[in-house]
Design a protein around this ligand. Sequence first.
Ligand code: FAD
Length: 595
Amino acid sequence: MAAKVHQFDAVVVGAGGAGLMAALYASRGVRTAVISKLYPTRSHTGTAQGGIGAALGNLEEDRWEWHAYDTVKGGDFLSDQNAAGVLARDAIEAVIELEHMGLPFDRTDDGRISQRRFGGHTNNETKKPVRRACHSADRTGHMILQTLYQNCIKEKVTFFDEFQVVDIIMNGNVACGVVAYEIDTGELHVFHAKAICFATGGWGRCWQTTSNAHSLTGDGPAIFLRHGLPMEDMEFYQFHPTGIYGMGILITEGVRGEGGVLLNSKGERFMERYAPTIKDLASRDVVSRSIYLEIRDGRGINGKPYVHLDVRPETVNRYLAEAGESRRIDAAYIESKLPDILDFCRTYLGVDPVKEPMPIAPTAHYAMGGIPTNIDSEVLSTPDGNVVPGMYAAGEVACVSVHGANRLGTNSLTDLVVFGRRAGMRMIEYCKNTNFTPLPDEPDGSVRREIERIRNANGKAKPHEIRAELQKVMMDNVGVFRSEEMMSEAVEKVRELKHSFETDLKIDDRGTRFNTDLLEAWELGALIDVALVTAKCALERKESRGAHSRVDFPDRDDVNYLVHSFAWLEGNDVKTDFSRKVDLSLEIAPTERVY
Ligand SMILES: Cc1cc2nc3c(=O)[nH]c(=O)nc-3n(C[C@H](O)[C@H](O)[C@H](O)COP(=O)(O)OP(=O)(O)OC[C@H]3O[C@@H](n4cnc5c(N)ncnc54)[C@H](O)[C@@H]3O)c2cc1C
């Protein structure tokens, strides 16, 4: 059956913060559609809790230059400094724009946007934490997503909800559309477009314990890899230090921003030892490693692999007094600033954080790497900066690279709005100066065959079994601490799993309507490809930097590795290239690692 064909100037894939911002901007100049496998307001952006970073300086002095510096330092100096500059500078305008669109931020007493502290954000002169995270209680992402969705509806953006994009369409090296699977009917649709923006989010589901929703399976990167397009810096995957033990559900860094502290089995505030100045608000890679070291040295709570996060008013007030601060908090304050966190803990754990500490352990959280782009969100096809005409990417799926080797909290939401907006503006310019590139013959042919292969797969390996093995090997061998041996084993294991996926898959549902069995299997294929590239890049980067911590190469190596990795999937193999130099245009020189 021939696919239905639709035509729009600009097509955005993904309806999270990045996709909606790109669509909102593009729709001001050209006919724009958004395709999303989830209903838009169910996108992961809606779960973001703590805040969006912008140097508004509403409560104390702050400057965008400090924000840019912290971003680069937090990224262990792998961030492209031109991109960090754009992020920090544009953030101020973008946040105020969100406010004007109607976003209900928390307020200061005099009516300005309220800001709180977050890991790694500092006053560069005093080195003390600075209040930079603009927030709406602990539901900041929810508010951003709702505000942007309402504004897209107002601007008459066309939405294709519950359509899963399964392929891109290229004519030579020019992008000219996407193929989507309509989840309700099982039909394929071809979207013919001049400009396409990928904003499909992250791929935390590669790991066993993750803060990420089930839908975060790396579909975008996998589709690109299968077209011979490269990924950048895939070895850098962030583990957030505070996931609920055993579940991975995120406890925002905002808890520590409000004064919460991490304690080991002896009741020691152990971050004082690892990061004496910034303590519990050190960057996430540092805190995650410190927790692992405490656990390794036998100081996990009750001998188990977790520590405590304590935000009880009496604990917070004791440490505030010790630090010479006059501020004190009470239970009502915690209830008003962290309502969702309290609710999660009471519901899922039976623990009341106002009265008891929370059991936490690191959880797979955020992809620093992804589809390589320049600061105008154009997709790169080579390490030396050639672009794929008509193709854009923004948000977590993209690697600008602004977060370098480790992202600071609140900088993802900033990234979504800043680079989503730039993608939208660029797409208008491109569409106005370009004609539609003709579609090739049978644009949906190869993906149709792949979907039919999966639908009829009758081997022995069930998708959930392959997925569980994949997630386990990635958690054990490509997690917070890594070594040559562990990663080589992971590469081999993922290759074996790829082989069983391709030759021995079994699915039960052969129907067309809402066939989640089929789509989960297709998503598993994406997870496998993304995991293989991640493990291979990690193996090839022989240093420790940011979230990539190797026991066999414990030091950062700025002589050989102040470069981005590019990786291509070639069948069962991964080709890598470490030639793209980090942009140093803000002249921020690498300083010592925290440890
Ligand atoms: C629990 C949690 C809390 C967080 N808190 C914060 C915070 O406080 N501050 C901060 O800065 N960052 C935070 N982050 C990180 C941040 O929320 C994410 O990085 C960001 O929201 C990603 O946004 P996005 O627009 O790139 O993608 P997402 O919001 O993940 O949206 C992805 C979109 O792509 C669509 N999609 C995916 N695949 C396909 C496909 N094949 N076809 C069609 N559509 C597809 C989905 O339907 C969805 O609409 C948090 C993350 C988590 C998980």
